[in-house]
Design a protein around this ligand. Structure first.
Ligand SMILES: Nc1ncnc2c1ncn2[C@@H]1O[C@H](COP(=O)(O)OP(=O)(O)OP(=O)(O)O)[C@@H](O)[C@H]1O
Ligand SMILES: [Mn+2]
Ligand SMILES: [Mn+2]
Length: 652
């Protein structure tokens, strides 16, 4: 039997104050029946019920005074306005004497409190973060409507069979504006809040109540943030707040396991007591623990908003996914498998961030990357061997990264090599070394190699700058004026065609007919064309100290990934060159400016001629030579032989 909804004008409660276009508010008694009680709370009894033949939950409040009745109508009005997938939905009401009932979608027990403490469920970190994020979204929705819930706790979180959370129990919920109004009226009438007012505003469940509530201040959405944090920590630890004192130091304070409510209140308010935080050994990421702590800060102003919380949980989630499922990447390994790039441990793992940006989208099969681009029959087939070497040089930190990706495509002879030279930190270089090859594969499905390279640079730049914004917002980046960037070079070999994309001052050369053949142009402010381009794009280029430099950041390069303070002038758009390889081409050398600053193109060729014909050795020799000649920078070199190297040549 379907429920009938009257036209909106007549679908209202008996007083006429509650209205809805979709939720029947004037049920006939014949359309429902109450079955067994599920829970008896202080202010209501919840029954399992049948409504129009379907299972529902019916909440029957205790109504003993006129004020209780006002509260019922207030709650009903509020519930009529709510519609969000993370909230237990009101589906009907009976608001007539003698029966006052609210009907909700039915959720099988257990609720979250029972799930944690009766079933002793131990969720994975992933589950905790997902649940926290779902709840935060529901709470953000309430916050946007101006509603504060005021009773967030696991017992008010219902679960469906997939363990998705639904926030329930709007028995104490109020529009923020009404809470304020009460306060102002009280101050006006008597000069200070009355006792009655205090009592009315101090609602909720003690152990989840924020210090400002315990101090009898006004409840705001930041008080909900506090209760949310206590609940999430309870989910992480499986411990009812304040029942288990793991920190020895605390055991000697007020809480000797048997504190009174007053003592607990005093400790929370004036001594900053909080439940025992989940331990890092539990596998909870430090970022999550720090988020919880900031959410229960004594100062409501310092607590993050639900919007911030959602952003941060997103980041936490990405990290968990990446740590669980990303195998060690082929990136940054040499031919013989030794890892050369050091993974600098920072608070943020920018390598993972970069990988995650393209993960999922690039999973599609890589068999046909550029397979139909060229005629395969008559062409020259280069025979490739490669190696790389990277060194910090005289610098204290390594801001270069590189990748060597020999089998981009499974069927074809497709190879990719890239170097990223970071400045103002290594973040952009770390991000790009994962994101560029990922995007390249992704765009290789549809675009030409040239377009795929361009697109990979541009998209990596956008993705990185978006990520920075997100981290700034979530306060994981607190340094002001931190605008990391990197120059980038990527060579793509598709059978006999070589493509090189460059943005910045890394360089690639070929040894062609025994002479250096320059594949890239340095994008630096001392190059007049680039200087003009940057100036036209609206950023100043000035002679500073020793050379032309861009903007107030005084950057020497005019193209890069990142550097968000200098966008769009310092573009990530690369110049891409295409050349057909032939028997004239002996080898390809790519390197960061740490090499080119002190070793000329011609010298590079000569050094390789004098070195054992093994690409890894050649790379190392070049880098060492640069260091000896006084290079002050990080140095990264990739050498790719394009012709077979005879064993005799290899060992002399
Ligand atoms: N829609 C529902 N489906 C199934 N069970 C429900 C539903 N709504 C509430 N319950 C159960 O009833 C319990 C009490 O509901 P609710 O919190 O809304 O009532 P209450 O009287 O406000 O309780 P209290 O104020 O003590 O928290 C919940 O913890 C939950 O276990
Ligand atoms: Mn409840
Ligand atoms: Mn309640």
């Amino acid at each position: 039997m379907a429920l009938e909804v009257l036209p909106e004008e007549s679908n209202r409660c008996v007083r006429g104050c509650c209205r809805s276009a979709t939720i029947p508010l004037d049920l006939r008694s014949a359309s429902f029946s109450l079955l067994a009680p599920i829970a008896r709370g202080s202010e209501s009894t919840v029954y399992e019920a049948l409504l129009g033949g379907e299972r529902a939950a019916a909440k029957k409040p205790v109504l003993s005074t006129a004020e209780d009745l006002d509260k019922f109508h207030y709650q009903l009005q509020l519930l009529c306005k709510l519609d969000h997938p993370g909230l237990a939905k009101l589906i009907a009401a009976h608001a007539h004497p003698p029966a006052y009932l609210m009907f909700f979608d039915f959720f099988e027990p257990p609720n979250l409190a029972e799930k944690i403490h009766v079933e002793e469920w131990i969720p994975s970190i992933q589950q905790v973060v997902t649940m926290a994020s779902d709840l935060a979204k529901a709470l953000q929705y309430l916050q946007i409507l101006g509603v504060v819930h005021r009773d967030i706790k696991p017992a008010n979180i219902l679960l469906d069979k997939d363990l998705h959370p639904y926030l329930a129990d709007f028995g104490l919920a109020m529009f923020q504006k009404d809470i304020k109004r009460v306060s102002v009226e009280n101050w006006k009438s008597s000069g200070k809040p009355t006792g009655g007012f205090h009592k009315k505003n101090m609602v909720g469940t003690l152990i989840y109540m924020a210090p400002e509530i315990l101090r009898k201040d006004i409840h705001t959405e930041k008080s909900d943030v506090y209760s949310f944090a206590i609940s999430i920590n309870e989910l992480l630890t499986g411990v009812v707040p304040y029942t288990d004192l793991r920190a020895e130091a605390q055991a000697h304070t007020v809480l000797e396991m048997t504190y009174t409510e007053q003592q607990l209140t005093a400790a929370i308010v004036s001594q900053g007591l909080r439940p025992a935080l989940a331990l890092p050994e539990s596998g909870a990421p430090p970022t999550l623990l720090s988020l919880i702590q900031r959410c229960w800060d004594p100062d409501p102003e310092k607590r993050p908003s639900f919007e911030d919380i959602i952003d941060e949980l997103n980041i936490v989630q990405k990290h968990i996914v990446s740590n669980a499922s990303v195998p060690s990447s082929p990136v940054s390994k040499t031919q013989n498998g030794t890892i050369e790039v050091h993974h600098y441990q920072e608070a943020l793992n920018w390598f993972n961030q970069g990988e995650l940006f393209v993960k999922g989208s690039s999973r599609s099969d890589l068999k046909n990357l550029w397979s139909d681009c060229f005629d395969q029959s008559s062409e020259y087939h280069p025979t490739l061997s490669w190696g790389s070497f990277a060194t910090c040089g005289r610098r204290e930190t390594m801001e270069d990264t590189h990748f060597v990706l020999p089998h981009v495509s499974e069927e074809n002879d497709v190879f990719a090599f890239g170097i990223f030279d970071g400045h103002r930190g290594s973040a952009a270089a770390e991000f790009s070394v994962r994101a560029v090859p990922g995007f390249l594969k992704q765009f290789g499905q549809g675009a030409s190699p040239t377009d795929a390279l361009s697109e990979a640079f541009v998209r990596t730049d956008i993705a990185f700058r978006e990520e920075l914004i997100l981290h700034r917002k979530s306060k994981r980046i607190i340094q002001k004026d931190w605008h990391p960037g990197c120059t980038a070079i990527t060579a793509l070999i598709v059978r006999n065609k070589l493509f090189v994309a460059n943005a910045g001052d890394c360089r690639a050369i070929l040894s062609r007919k025994g002479k250096p053949f320059l594949l890239t142009k340095d994008h630096v402010a001392s190059c007049p064309n680039e200087r003009e381009r940057v100036t036209k794009a609206g950023t100043e280029v000035k002679w500073q100290i020793d050379t032309w430099r861009v903007g107030s950041a005084a950057l020497q390069v005019t193209r890069s990934i990142g550097d968000d303070d200098l966008k769009p002038a310092v573009t990530a758009q690369p110049e891409v060159i295409e050349t057909a390889l032939s028997a004239d081409d002996e080898f390809l050398v790519m390197a960061s400016d740490g090499l080119w600053d002190v070793v000329s193109n011609q010298d590079v060729l000569s050094i390789i001629k004098d070195t054992v014909k093994e690409p890894g050795m050649c790379s190392k020799r070049l880098a060492t030579e640069a260091a000896e000649r006084g290079s002050k920078d990080n140095i990264t070199v990739i050498v790719v032989f394009l012709r077979p190297v005879s064993t005799a040549e290899r060992i002399y």
